[in-house]
Design a protein around this ligand. Structure first.
Ligand SMILES: Nc1ncnc2c1ncn2[C@@H]1O[C@H](COP(=O)(O)OP(=O)(O)OP(=O)(O)O)[C@@H](O)[C@H]1O
Ligand SMILES: [Mg+2]
Length: 512
């Protein structure tokens, strides 16, 4: 079944596009084009200009110079409304759906009815059902959004674009929030769209994904285009080289370290999830000094609850938590932090920073009343704050015009790096790292992995929560698998087997 109902974009060309922000040349004379029936991937380090270029195409930013042509004709895209009229759709990383409304109601939102004021929701539902069938989106129009998983919500966003007859779809890091299974499903949908003559622009930091789905790949570095190449001539190594300008290792020397005393212990911990059902069931877990314990699992199986009960952001309903042998159940998050617990939250954009504050202010978010930033708890040592911030910027290659730039104008990945820099530099006893490399580029991933191993070497006890099995296997001394709020298996580094762990993650097999 073919879906001819999209606005026929045969080609989009962006020529010599320039975009300045205060203190930054975000996009510097970039040429970029995409053809019907093609997936064109956009690659580059954090802050390279990918999102900015796409926001220009979607009418969210206006370029300082350059032109855009559709089917060979110059167009002026001044707002997303114009973009949509021209047949361009964009899926943002943060979805713009109303949780209490149904799928059909969300799709209908903002649509103009041809039949007068009110859209007939039955007609919308019918078409949603049809589109869902054609593209195997597997979404029920009558279900409210809050019932849906992240992957399903993303498919609703895709549906919304298809409903508006988008011919070109821009996907900015669509896989960052998906489980491996959901990534496969998304790729099936994208391939189907491609067959129907859609053009797709795909942004991701995961080279494996880029190689799997794209026809051509364009690499940006520091706002400039490095090259556009056919995907079949690219390898992970060659792409990394193009992006970073040097070889990226992503394989580490793993030295055994002396496992010492227990730093973090959970005994019989139960906790509720946000929706009231059991989020954690009878968790028993110990992390020793100098040890990285990896928590493998498909997201939504209790990982977030686990990190939050340890950090003091979610109450336990039963059981105890010990930090350095002291019971901390009744300690606040702040007290735990002062006792030596660092937490790199998964939702770094929400829990990790205050977006209106500057880079420097965010560096001292937790430590502002402590030495060396304050003396006797009184005045802020601005010199020390700036110096630390500058060091973080250098060490983590955080792209920012200055220490005084508000965090909200940094690129997504650079905000992540800032939180990591802050939490890792606090010399914690125990570190909870939730999805520490999600959304960061490969150069920074390598650096963060090295920093975690370094912390392990000096005796930090690390709980590494990640959906990325390669990451878990590369870094962990021990791996536990979490499924439906329970720890369903534990293996040592030596006996770890990727297939077996994958099965346990899916709840398929439980070792006795
Ligand atoms: N609204 C804005 N105001 C000021 N500067 C901005 C704004 N948006 C982006 N920038 C800057 O422009 C540059 C490019 O940012 P952009 O978001 O396009 O990067 P990106 O390639 O998408 O990175 P990431 O992989 O981290 O998402 C960065 O230096 C960023 O700080
Ligand atoms: Mg971006």
């Amino acid at each position: 079944m073919v879906n001819p109902q999209h606005k026929a974009i045969r080609s989009v060309e962006m020529k010599k596009i320039v975009k300045h922000f205060p203190g930054v040349l975000a996009v510097d004379e970039v040429d970029f084009d995409v053809q019907a029936g093609e997936v064109h991937a956009l690659l580059g380090e954090n802050g390279a200009g990918k999102s900015t270029l796409m926001k220009i195409l979607y009418g969210l930013y206006s370029a300082n110079a350059g032109e855009t042509l559709i089917n060979g004709h110059p167009v002026s895209i001044k707002s997303p409304r114009t973009a949509i009229e021209l047949g361009i759709g964009m899926i943002h990383q943060h979805f713009m759906l109303v949780p209490s409304l149904t799928v059909a109601e969300n799709v209908a939102m903002g649509l103009r009815s041809s039949r007068g004021l009110l859209l007939d929701i039955d007609i919308v539902s019918e078409r949603v059902r049809k589109l869902s069938e054609i593209y195997n989106l597997n979404v029920d129009p009558a279900v409210p959004i809050w019932h849906l998983s992240v992957g399903e919500q993303q498919r609703v966003e895709i549906l919304r674009a298809l409903y508006k007859e988008a011919s070109l779809l821009i996907l900015d890091e669509p896989t960052a929030v998906l489980t491996p299974q959901e990534v496969d499903d998304l790729f099936k949908i994208l391939r189907r769209m491609k067959e129907d003559g859609h053009s797709l622009i795909f942004i991701s930091h995961k080279l494996k994904e880029v190689l799997a789905i794209s026809d051509r790949i364009t690499v940006l570095r520091d706002g400039r285009k490095v090259d556009t190449i056919p995907a079949e001539t690219a390898t992970r190594a060659s792409l990394a080289q193009m992006m970073v300008g040097r070889e990226v290792v992503l394989r580490y020397e793993y030295e055994p370290v002396e496992i010492e005393e227990s730093r973090l212990a959970l005994t019989g911990v139960h906790a509720n999830s946000d929706r009231g059902y059991a989020g954690l069931i009878d968790i028993n877990l110990t992390v020793h000094s100098g040890e990285i314990v990896g928590v493998a699992g498909v997201s939504g199986n209790g990982q977030q609850e686990l990190a939050q009960v340890i950090a003091g952001l979610r109450p336990t309903s039963q059981g105890n938590i010990y930090l350095d042998g002291k019971k901390i159940d009744s300690c606040s998050a702040n007290q735990r932090s002062l006792m030596g617990l660092s937490y790199i939250p998964e939702e770094r954009m929400i829990e990790g920073v205050i977006k209106d504050f500057t880079v420097a202010e965010n560096v001292v978010l937790h430590g502002f009343d402590q030495f060396p930033f304050a003396w006797k708890g009184f005045f802020l040592n601005l010199g020390a704050i700036k110096k630390t911030t500058r060091q973080h910027i250098i060490d983590y290659e955080i792209k920012t015009p200055s220490t005084e730039t508000p965090v909200k104008s940094l690129s997504g990945g650079n905000i992540q790096k800032l939180v990591l820099a802050r939490e890792l530099s606090r010399e914690p006893h125990v570190l909870i790292a939730a999805q520490p490399t999600r959304g960061v580029d490969i150069g920074a991933t390598e650096y963060i992995h090295r920093r975690l191993l370094q912390a392990r070497k000096v005796g930090v006890a690390i709980l590494l929560i990640s959906e990325d099995l390669d990451e878990i296997l590369a870094l962990s001394d021990r791996i536990v698998v979490i499924y439906e709020g329970k720890i369903v298996g534990e293996v040592s580094r030596e006996e770890a087997n990727i297939n077996e762990i994958g099965l346990m993650m899916a709840g398929a097999s439980q070792p006795e």
